[in-house]
Design a protein around this ligand. Sequence first.
Ligand code: PHE
Length: 410
Amino acid sequence: NIQETVTIKDNTYKRDDYTNVTDKIISLVGRNLHTTPKHPLSFVRQKIVNYFYKSFVNARGNPIFSVYDNISPIVTVEQNFDSLLIPKNHPSRQKSDCYYINHDNLLRAHTTAHQAELIRSGLDNFLIAGDVYRRDEIDRTHYPVFHQLDAVRLKTRDQLFPNDDVLKIFDNKNKTCIINGQAKQDCHTLEACKLMEHELKSTLVGLAKELFGENTKYRWVDTTFPFTQPSWELEVFHNNEWLELLGCGIMIQSILTNTGVTDRIGWAFGLGLERIAMCLYQIPDIRLFWSIDSGFLNQFNTEDVNKKIIYKSVSQYPQCTNDISFWLPQNKSSPYASNDFYDLVRSIGGDIIEQVMLVDQFKHPKNGKESHCYRIIYRHMEKTLTNSEVNVIHKQIETAVRKQLGVTVR
Ligand code: PHE
């Protein structure tokens, strides 16, 4: 009974050889934790929105940023990748990293997927918040669905250089934008790029201090994104370690020209809400955000988004550990990927899966067969699991990997 279609939130899509979204993931679409009242992820979103509302106002004192937090996470490959100039062979496009609905559609891997269409619709200053979907490892800081917030700010020449008639955004000697190293884009004048960099960085340092406190230590790290140049990451020092807070940069000019904007320069950034909420509220495990248990939710039962809350563990229930070893299939046309195994474990075990680790791998010297051994750590967030409960699920996982991934359990 091979199904021909996938249905997500009343929309039906044709399956093809790209389809890898699971029922477990589909069941999470529409939870909207980032807009759920009194949810820690919603508090973090509101704090950031409030910071932008108060930092950027027009002559009448009204906020200039508009907020989009209700855009469907189902996007096209064009939105998620092409509109952002992400190369066709870029690793982030791989099936092993994304939840594809089919060749043309996927669950967005970042909220940046919407920046081009919002610019095209005429906006100059906006925030996008939403759920994003990525295939990844399983541990206390990774969950296949998490939440991001992106921002874009575009400025005209007159906005960038008020009271000046001479300075320009674009350097006409270099009409086409050349992109080299961590330098500015060739089409931008140095003064335009530097002024934008300054506003971007001071806005984001202000945000970091707003969230983590006035005396927060921070540092800028050079990086690259296909859609910004130059690009940076902001790290803050929290609990004795450097924490990557966000990625940002000056938008690649052709993203703007492709949407019909020819007279503005832009900056953009994107950040993850979970990591910030885990630090602010000392939440130890990312699965807790999905909890519907009152032991978790009641601790955030306040109207005040700025209330200082320290999460108190509902008590740590014990872990159960169980290993699984198997020979990988020797099929070169559809190679085995660990992320396929992780998804399958998550689909069957659900949120009692705390972590999955590849603990051993080897190649048989004679027949060349490869073996993987994974350790699966089971822990319920709100009760003690019995060995027999775990064994039932572990057996189901064994059966499923055999059937669905073609491995030979040892
Ligand atoms: N989309 C990037 C990410 O998910 C973040 C980013 C957004 C970086 C906008 C630069 C500009 O990591």
